[in-house]
Design a protein around this ligand. Structure first.
Ligand code: AMP
Length: 469
């Protein structure tokens, strides 16, 4: 008896097992152990799992197997058999990379499409045979309206991060897409939270689904050391520069609440000799892709992001997350710090908290069921306010959860970003090494309850997503 299941025991074909082993995975994650055999049977699936759990392989591997087991040699161009919908362009790209990696020994054709990029190459690609299409809803509908893609041959439909798609106001687009795919199909729905709206969507979509739930990978996980610096808003930028230098942070994802704030902070860091780029919904896709690639490769040490832009990002071994401002919604804190401490590696999450944010901090601590350690910056003496540091806070209210994150166009979709602006990334200087690198203080709290000790009700009690289209 082998107590540790391996991929072969899940019923995967040799070509997929080879690809998995070449990827370096040895053991299936819990979501993979549960989802793969279920999806292979052709059943619908409702899965409570978020990015970081290995969910992408959990649905991609069995889909590849099912499609390759019933090949369609006469497949019409631009008429995919499987559609995977994701909320963001970055997630679409990541999912497509997985499709390519796991499907490399099969002869299935795949394509990723999203807005913010030139549509012409997509027209070209849709003139060819296509088994798997990974898409964001808006651009997909553009193609469906122009009849450059035909969704009438969909056998398998996946809604990835369905909760975030609703949060981002995609419900109407999703309904329009659903009206174009066959009723008889296999449907897989992945969501980190289960609001009434998600349940309603799932009830209408899924037929006798198998349900799979994995513990939230997050939070109070002792792998993420969390700490808070109480600091006036005006002094946060200076403190951030100090922390980056003092601790020699070489790869940190910094969250701001607004797009404007992300731009300003990235510029400020650049002026102080710290390579940084901003990533948010107003950036062109090419700028976002470039910034992410530079950050992942280590060319720039700091990526400043808004919540929506960072959602779904999977960055290998990200050691440091900084909340430059706390999010309005406590669950977003959990998503943010979940960018680090992945796959058994330890990570740190630092929050810079102004007195005005105390209530938000209290809400987060209530959710985590633990107090986050307060830290004092070592050797930090903020300079007196100057025109540079005392700039008034610009109010750019963050969309509440459930409201569209971008202005809506008249037909209810976020406007496509057609600009091709440069990344705006600051020169890629490494952080100055004027302070000796020092190990960060240990902030573990072994007495804290684990995230997955949260009652089931909490996992499934996501707030109403609000957007009714
Ligand atoms: P996901 O939740 O699908 O975004 O996956 C999170 C990360 O886990 C990705 O970087 C995957 O490459 C990685 N991953 C997925 N499955 C496994 C596995 N069985 N073993 C190790 N890493 C994995």
């Amino acid at each position: 008896m082998n107590p540790q299941p391996d991929f072969a025991s899940l019923g995967l074909a040799p070509a997929l097992l080879r690809a998995v082993s070449e990827t370096g995975y040895r053991t299936p994650t819990p979501i993979q152990q549960q989802a793969i055999p279920l999806v292979l049977t052709g059943r619908d699936l409702l899965a409570a799992a978020q990015t970081g759990t290995g969910k992408t392989a959990g649905f991609t591997l069995p889909i590849l197997q099912r499609l390759s087991a019933s090949p369609c040699p006469q497949l019409a161009p631009g008429r995919p058999r499987c559609l995977i919908l994701t909320p963001t362009r970055e997630l679409a790209s990541q999912v497509h990379e997985s499709v390519q990696a796991y499907g490399k020994h099969l002869s299935l054709a795949s394509l990723v499409m999203f807005g913010g990029v030139n549509i012409n190459p997509q027209y070209q690609a849709l003139r060819r045979r296509l088994d798997i299409l990974v898409a964001t809803p808006g651009r997909l509908l553009d193609h469906a309206d122009q009849k450059t893609v035909d969704l009438s041959g969909i056998e398998i439909l996946v809604l990835d991060e369905a909760d975030r798609m609703l949060d981002m106001g995609f419900i109407r687009d999703i309904r329009k897409i659903l009206a174009r795919v066959p009723k008889k199909r296999q449907t897989l729905l992945f969501s980190a939270t289960f609001s009434d709206e998600i349940r309603e969507l799932a009830n209408g979509l899924l037929h006798d689904p198998g349900c799979v739930e994995v513990a939230r990978r997050n939070t109070a996980s002792e792998l993420v050391a969390q700490s808070v610096y109480m600091i006036a808003q005006k002094q946060k930028r200076e403190l951030l520069v100090h922390l980056i230098r003092h601790h020699d942070w070489r790869q940190a994802l910094v969250f701001t609440r607004t797009k404007h704030g992300a731009n300003k902070l990235s510029e400020y860091l650049g002026k102080h000799g710290i390579g940084a780029a901003a990533i948010h919904g107003n950036k062109s896709q090419s700028a976002r892709t470039r910034a992410l690639a530079e950050f992942k490769s280590g060319a720039i040490p700091i990526l400043v992001a808004t919540d929506i832009a960072a959602r779904g990002l999977d960055i290998d071994q990200l050691p440091q997350v900084v909340n430059f401002e706390l999010p309005n919604v406590p669950e977003d804190y959990v998503h943010r710090i979940g960018r680090t401490g992945r796959r058994g590696l330890s990570g740190q999450a630092v929050s810079l908290v102004d007195g005005e944010e105390s209530k938000l901090l209290a809400d987060i601590e209530r959710l985590l069921k633990r107090r986050i350690e307060r830290a004092e910056p070592e050797n930090f003496s903020p300079s007196p306010p100057s025109p540079d540091t005392a700039e008034p806070r610009r109010s750019e209210p963050r969309s509440p959860r459930g409201a569209p994150s971008q202005p809506r166009s008249s037909h209810g979709r976020a406007p496509r970003d057609k600009s091709n602006r440069p990344a705006g990334s600051a020169p890629a200087h490494p952080p100055r090494r004027d302070a000796a690198p020092r190990p960060a203080p240990h902030r573990g709290d072994s007495s804290a309850p684990r995230a997955n000790a949260r009652p089931r009700a909490a996992l499934f009690s996501g707030k109403p997503a609000g957007d009714k289209g």
